[in-house]
Design a protein around this ligand. Structure first.
Ligand code: ADP
Ligand code: MG
Ligand code: ZN
Length: 474
């Protein structure tokens, strides 16, 4: 029996206004090589100056994962030559990172939890981008010098499922505290997966393979599964030592296999040494106290939703999984509706109508509108069934709830006078059934409700209708 061992390295691009060591903007989609200056182009004589916002966001992250914040930390140079790195080294933090020894909790669907330890999070500068265009390759240095936070887990995950839960929680945390937009497609949340296997019960770590550049949770899951299979088969076929070597592999999404990219360098290959152009980073107590202020975290919000709204853990986990859906829910609640209805109308009705790229952030029906719609059910203006029609309409048309109800003619008749008249007519026309009902055939009550509802063309408030019929039939 084998055990799977996974450790994850995540590069999070910090959403600061300017780069790590210069005042060039970090924004995307500018003309190539325009967001550059002597510092991020590594021209001789240009000196780096640390961006405080980077320090701030890194400390916020350390606080969010309950880590130790090193009030003194250092930068180091990692040397390698690549065309998109003009300095031929990357500025990073090898020996003393800003953040050490944190953890985060993952929640399994059945309600159990596990704590995953985070070894460190360090600040480093991103490289530029190589653009391969047929015979030639071009370099765009707009991204060079953009701040990254590299978050390194301990090898604590034991399955692809655990790895994905960890990544989703991490993704959620960085978005909750707003230190990164964490867009996987655009590369602001990049995951390297380290995978090994070992015989169950064995404590030592076996040879790991690093899989780089996988840009969706779905593909990460698949990449782990196929890599684990490859390692197990090599073990069973007696070729483990020969075939499983420490290296960097790529996941081929089409062939659904991992492929060797390059041998794994050892730390010594990078000739790390302390960055001589930067002072040590010193964080005063006052600065630390200020930078440690963070908004409510996913786990805290989840606990609060359980307490405040009486939700079960599963539902609380679902709504708080992204900061946007939690905010959507709370905005709905401002309409004074029940949490149970808000939850159903958000997660089943609204989200069930989302197609393609539509989600709570760009939903055609906003939180206040959906909250109002639920309120109209609760105050008896429309039935739940009619509300679904209204929602369908609102998904396609710009309108407020009340004018949509009006336009679709779905207002329930709660006016007792109108409903009494309908009931009287039904009773008068069905005297035989009235006699049977009064003689004890109670299930005929449904017949009267059905007839009256039909007569009102479905617009009668069912509760009012029931009360009137009960009274009239005795
Ligand atoms: P490097 O900096 O050379 O990539 P680290 O020791 O910092 O190496 O580890 C990188 C990541 O690999 C960490 O997330 C760690 O938990 C993970 N890791 C280390 N050894 C193993 C292993 N045998 N199996 C799976 N993951 C591992
Ligand atoms: Mg690594
Ligand atoms: Zn610059």
């Amino acid at each position: 029996m084998f055990e799977v061992v996974i450790g994850l390295e995540v590069h999070v691009q910090l959403n600061t206004k300017t780069k790590l060591f210069c005042s060039c903007p970090t924004s995307f989609n500018h003309k190539q090589n325009t967001n550059t200056c002597p510092t991020c182009l590594a021209l001789p004589g240009a000196l780096p100056v640390l961006n405080k916002e980077v320090l701030h966001k890194s400390i916020m992250f350390g606080t969010a994962i309950n880590a130790r914040i090193n009030q003194t930390s250092y930068f180091d140079r990692k040397s390698y030559f690549y065309p998109d790195s003009p300095a031929a080294y990357q500025v990073t933090q090898l020996y003393t990172p800003i953040v050490e020894n944190g953890s985060l909790r993952i929640d399994f669907e059945e309600g159990s939890h596990k704590v995953i330890r985070i070894n460190r999070a360090h600040i480093e500068a991103d490289a530029g981008k190589s653009i391969h265009d047929g015979e030639i390759s071009k370099v765009d240095l707009n991204r060079a010098g953009t701040p990254l936070l590299e978050i390194v887990s301990e090898p604590d995950m034991r399955s692809a499922e655990e790895a994905i839960l960890y990544l989703k929680k991490l993704h959620s945390i960085v978005r909750y505290i707003d230190i990164s937009d964490a867009n996987m497609q655009e590369g602001s949340f990049r995951v390297d997966v380290n995978v090994s296997i070992r015989p169950k019960g064995d404590e030592k770590l076996y040879t790991r393979v690093e899989i780089k550049n996988i840009n969706s949770f779905k593909f990460i899951q698949k990449a782990i599964e196929v890599e684990v299979l490859r390692q197990k088969e090599a073990w069973e076929d007696g070729v483990y030592d020969k075939e499983i070597v420490q290296e960097t592999r790529l996941f081929d999404q089409i062939k659904q296999e991992t492929r060797s990219m390059r041998g794994k360098e050892e730390a010594a290959d990078y000739r790390y040494f302390p960055e001589p152009d930067l002072l040590k980073v010193s964080v005063s107590d006052a600065m630390l106290a200020q930078y440690m202020q963070i908004p409510e975290l996913p786990d805290e919000k989840m606990e609060r939703f359980i307490k405040e709204y009486g939700m079960n853990e599963y539902n609380a986990n679902v709504v708080t999984s992204t900061v946007e859906s939690a905010a959507f829910f709370e905005t709905m609640m401002e309409e004074g509706i029940s949490a149970k209805n808000a939850l159903t109308w958000l997660t089943v009705e609204l989200q069930g109508r989302f197609k393609g790229d539509i989600n709570v952030t760009n939903s055609p029906v906003d939180a206040k509108t959906l909250g109002t719609l639920v309120k109209r059910i609760e105050d008896g203006t429309i039935s739940g069934k009619a509300a679904k029609e209204v929602l369908d309409y609102l998904m396609e048309n710009e309108a407020d709830v009340d004018s949509a109800i009006e336009k679709l003619g779905l207002k329930q008749v709660s006016d007792t006078g109108a409903l009494e008249a309908i009931c009287d007519a039904i009773i008068a026309a069905n005297q035989d059934k009235v006699a049977e009902y009064q003689g004890g055939k109670e299930k005929l009550f449904g017949f009267f409700v059905g007839q009256a509802m039909k007569e009102s063309k479905g617009s009668a408030n069912p509760q009012t209708l029931n009360e009137i019929l009960k009274a009239k039939l005795g």
